[in-house]
Design a protein around this ligand. Structure first.
Ligand SMILES: [Zn+2]
Length: 261
């Protein structure tokens, strides 16, 4: 129900048609809201519902999966591959990289790659908490990664605007930042939709499987727990419809990078 494509009859058609908006839905497949819970309800109960939702909409997603999650829920990883989504890496144990020395960072990246590549091709990476020191980029390059989505446009200025991340040092990796934080999806629709419509492409949204189980009574930060469970699934469904109605094309991160090359 958008009116963005309407034009006034009195205005000459002076502009070329806008290119279709690219949207990537990304899922960080991990334990429940680390470092607060570390249980697995999201992978066990939330992830199947998410994959069902993507199947109903016939859209691909990119699933940044921790190695530990693949060990815990191999059937979910097999579904990710079988249903045409991109399997990607979210590190091994969801330990923030700024806390790791070089050897431990290398272990996280290489061990997760080894575990995940047992299931299929893995060439995209996102660091836990969108925190990845640039000095570790060569470790990703040497481990066969070609895309990094460890930056967030919202990190610089919450949600009052999209600010590009600082310039990247020279790297062979394509760097595509997340557009916004996941809890935006669960805001009241009137605020959320206005914000989402303002995002410039490519729009990289992300969610977590634990948002789709009811965590409202858990001892968590408010932004992690509000409207989790069934309402969150309805919210994501509405967001997908919003972009579909705007004529957006849904792509995996790998396909987006291939198109941009
Ligand atoms: Zn994460």
């Amino acid at each position: 129900m958008t009116s963005g494509s309407q034009s006034r009859m009195s205005e000459p058609p002076s502009q070329a048609p806008a290119a279709p908006l690219d949207v990537c839905i990304t899922v960080d497949m991990e334990p429940d809201c680390p470092p607060f819970l570390w249980t697995w309800r999201g992978m066990e109960e939330g992830a199947p519902k998410l994959l069902d939702l993507f199947a109903r909409h016939a859209i691909p997603a990119t699933c940044f999966t921790t190695g530990d999650s693949a060990v815990h829920s191999p059937d979910i990883v097999r579904r990710i591959i079988a249903e045409g989504h991109e399997l990607a890496s979210h590190g091994m144990t969801h330990t923030p990289f700024p806390r790791l020395d070089r050897d431990k960072a290398k272990w996280e990246i290489e061990t997760a790659a080894q575990v995940l590549r047992e299931f299929g091709e893995v060439t995209s990476f996102r660091a836990p908490n969108l925190l990845f020191p640039n000095v570790y980029l060569p470790i990703l390059e040497n481990a066969g990664f070609t895309l990094d989505s460890s930056q967030g446009k919202h990190k610089q200025m919450w949600w009052f605007g999209q600010i590009d991340p600082p310039p990247s040092p020279p790297t062979s990796l394509t760097r595509i930042p997340a557009s916004t934080t996941s809890s935006v999806m669960r805001l009241p629709a009137v605020i959320r939709d206005r914000f989402l419509r303002s995002l410039k492409g490519p729009v990289v949204l992300f969610v977590h499987p634990w948002e789709f189980v009811d965590l409202t009574r858990e001892k968590l930060r408010y932004d992690c727990r509000f409207r989790t469970g069934v309402p969150a699934l309805g919210d994501l469904d509405a967001v997908i419809r919003l972009f579909k109605n705007a004529g957006a094309g849904f792509r995996t991160m790998r396909d987006l990078a291939a198109g941009a090359a």
